[in-house]
Ligand binder design. Structure first.
Ligand code: NI
Ligand code: MN
Length: 219
C-alpha cells in the first residue's frame, strides 16, 4: 500500500483500491497536483464540511465515479446538490465496508458546516491508516487502537491554528501509538506554519515521516 501526501490534509491511499481523503487541491497553494491529475479513485473520504476538506471532491467524484464517504449530513447535502455524485453517509462509531476497504468513523473535536466533524480509520490491504481530520487532542484517542486494532500510520494535524499544535499532536501520538506519524494541516498558509521536526523530537522513538506535497511512503 502506498500513501501519498498531496498537501494540507489531502492524502491518497493506493493499493488494491484507491482512496482519496480531503482532496483540497485547486485552491490549495501547497497542492502537489491539480484535481485533473487524479485519474482513478474508488472512494473519496471527506472528514468534515469545511472548504479545505470538501475541496474538489465533487469534481473528482463526478469524473471518476468515486463514491464519496462522509458523515450523513455531508453526504445528504452533496447528493442533493450534485445528484450525479454517488455518496455513502456514515456516522461516528460506524464501520462501513465496501470493495475490500473498511471505513471506521471516529470523533473529532472541531466544527463543521453540516453534520459533525470526524476522523476515519481506513483498513486496506492489511494496513490500517488513521486520518484524524481537523481536531483538537482528546483523550478518547486511546480507544482508537482498542476498537480498530493497531494503527500502522496516523495522519495528524499539527498547524496549531484551527487544529492541534505540536504539543497536542505529541499527546495524540502517545494515545494512538501508531507505527508512523505523518504530519498534516500545516504550512499551507502562514497562519498554520509548524515545524514537524519538533513533533519528531517530542515523540521519539515513534517514527515521524514528514512528507512534502507529492511525496509517497510505501507501507
Ligand atoms: Ni476544519
Ligand atoms: Mn481544515
Amino acid at each position: 500500500m502506498r500513501i501519498t501526501f498531496l498537501g494540507h490534509a489531502a492524502v491518497l491511499l493506493e493499493g488494491s483500491r484507491r482512496v482519496l481523503i480531503d482532496p483540497f487541491l485547486k485552491d490549495n497553494p501547497s497542492a502537489a497536483c491539480a484535481p485533473s491529475a487524479i485519474e482513478a479513485v474508488d472512494f473519496i473520504v471527506i472528514t468534515h464540511d469545511h472548504f479545505d476538506h470538501v475541496g474538489d471532491s465533487v469534481e473528482i467524484a463526478a469524473r471518476t465515479g468515486a463514491v464519496i464517504v462522509a458523515i450523513h449530513e455531508v453526504a445528504m447535502r452533496l447528493s442533493a446538490a450534485y445528484p450525479q455524485v454517488k455518496t455513502v453517509g456514515m456516522n461516528i462509531g460506524e464501520t462501513y465496508q465496501a470493495g475490500g476497504v473498511i471505513f471506521s468513523m471516529t470523533p473529532a473535536v472541531h466544527s463543521s458546516g453540516s453534520g459533525a466533524p470526524a476522523g476515519m480509520v481506513i483498513a486496506l490491504d492489511g494496513c490500517r491508516i488513521y486520518h484524524a481530520g481537523d481536531t483538537a487532542y482528546f483523550s478518547d484517542m486511546t480507544l482508537i487502537p482498542d476498537l480498530y486494532g493497531e494503527i500502522d500510520l496516523a495522519c495528524l494535524p499539527i498547524g496549531g491554528h484551527y487544529v492541534m499544535d505540536i504539543r497536542q499532536a505529541a499527546m495524540a501520538t502517545r494515545a494512538i501509538h501508531p507505527k508512523v506519524v505523518v504530519p498534516i494541516h500545516f504550512g499551507t498558509w502562514p497562519t498554520i506554519a509548524a515545524d514537524p521536526s519538533m513533533l519528531e523530537a517530542a515523540v521519539k522513538p515513534t517514527r515521524v515521516n514528514a512528507m512534502k506535497p507529492g511525496e509517497s511512503l510505501d507501507l
